[in-house]
Every structure is written in C-alpha cells, then in structure tokens.
Design a protein around this ligand. Structure first.
Ligand code: GRF
Length: 198
C-alpha cells in the first residue's frame, strides 16, 4: 500500500497521514511527498519523518515558455516512476489536468473542506462562513473524493457534515473543519485500500 502525498502548504493533513502510518492505524507507506511550492511547511514535516520529497513548481516551467500541461506531464512521469497505489491531494492547490489524471486512473483522491457541490474550488471554508453569516446555511462539511478533471466533482469516498455555531468566528470554523479533515483523510485512505483490495 504505497502512497504519494501532494501538498502546497502547511501539511497538517499530511502530518495526520504520517502519524497514522507510524502508529500503524494506517497500513501504508508514504513513499514521497510532492509540493508545488518550495516554501511548503509540509516539506519540513516530511523530512522530519524521513520521507523523500520532490518540489516541482509551475513557475519554473512557465518561465521557460512551457505550459501547464508540460508541467503536469513532467510531474506525472516522476510520480509514475515510483508506481504508487494511491495519490493523496492534501492541501494541494494546483488544478490537475486530464493529462495528469489519466496516468493514475481511479488512483487519486482529494480532500476538500466542503460538502459535495457546495463550495467547489478555493477558499471553501471562508465562502461557507460568509454564506452562514448571510443566513443561507447552518452547516458545512468535509469530503474526500475521487479526482476527475472537473474540480472537486469526483465521486465522494467519505463525507462528514460540520455544524456552524452562532458564536463561531471564521477561525473557530476553520479549527473545527481541520480537526475533521485530519481524521477523515486517514479514514478515506483506509477505505480506499479496503475497496481496492476486493
Ligand atoms: C485544508 O483545508 C485543505 O483541505 C485545503 O488546504 C487546507 C490546508 O491543508 N485544501 P494542510 O494543512 O496543508 O493539509
């Protein structure tokens, strides 16, 4: 059960996977952590856990006149060399093209801090909070879904609803969502390997 985790920032969800693999809650090995940002703190988390890292930035491709698809294909080829069973997008903030996804059919899952179809795309938590402030919703959620070319549209693997409280600040909601994410991402990987096994 080999996993490659793709990150762009803090890597708190990566950390949840590292911890679960270490204490054997998760029977899997993280063979590589990929980041599209040199400054991603998740790279430090990976290094501290002895996990190899790869940084590939879109900027270095665009700067030499290459395209997003060139970047995606180069990234896919590097990842394919390790032949992982599963790719986990955990705080990965780069929309992957069909060209990339086709290298790993049914093998990519993404963590998104919203309910299916609610707040697809970036800044989902803030957008849910603003909808709450406008009285439009009283809850939001977290999901882990299969990755397809349409952003955040793939079939959900796990969904968990998250209440929004009257007293909540945006920070309160973010903290509640992140704690759900850290649990859900591990459960989703466990579920994925159970489904694949059979
Ligand atoms: C999380 O809400 C994740 O779902 C979103 O980015 C946030 C930070 O994730 N895509 P992490 O701490 O970098 O794992």
């Amino acid at each position: 059960n080999s996993i490659i985790v793709l990150i762009s920032g803090n890597g708190s969800n990566l950390q949840a996977l590292i911890d679960a693999a270490k204490d054997s809650t998760l029977n899997a090995t993280i063979t590589l952590v990929v980041s599209n940002k040199k400054s991603a703190y998740g790279l430090v988390r990976a290094a501290e856990a002895g996990i190899p890292t790869l940084v590939l930035t879109l900027k270095e491709y665009i700067d030499i006149g290459k395209s997003r698809v060139d970047y995606d294909i180069a990234l896919a080829k590097k990842i394919k060399e390790l032949n992982p069973d599963l790719l986990v997008l955990a705080g990965w903030m780069h929309i992957l093209s069909k060209e990339f996804i086709d290298y790993f059919p049914e093998q990519i899952i993404n963590l998104h801090p919203a309910l299916p179809g609610q707040f697809d795309g970036a800044h989902a938590i803030e957008r849910a909070y603003e909808a709450f402030k406008r009285g439009e919703i009283t809850e939001t959620g977290v999901m882990v879904h299969k990755v397809i070319p349409e952003v955040d549209k793939g079939e959900p693997l796990l969904v968990e609803r998250v209440p929004i409280l009257e007293s909540d600040t945006l920070e309160d909601l973010e903290a509640r969502i992140h704690s759900v994410e850290h649990r859900l991402i591990v459960q989703a990987v466990i579920k994925f390997f159970k489904l694949v096994a059979f």
